[in-house]
Write a new protein. Sequence first.
Length: 81
Amino acid sequence: MEIFKAVNVVKRFANHLALDKVSISVPKGSVYGLLGPNGAGKTTLLRIINQITAPDDGELFFNGHKLLPVICPRREVFIKK
């Protein structure tokens, strides 16, 4: 069984396609690394896995459970003068 699985993950930024239907499956007990040149989408994929950035399409699973988007309430920041 997989500890993590990404299926057809897509992420676009303006006119740039950062991830184009990326899929990966990581079996339990294994260690994986992401290798590639600058601009290949490694950081974008990690940000999506960590739910810092939402994918435009695709699905993520952790330990067999689908990861759902995390909705954070908007925070107002006030600076004292």
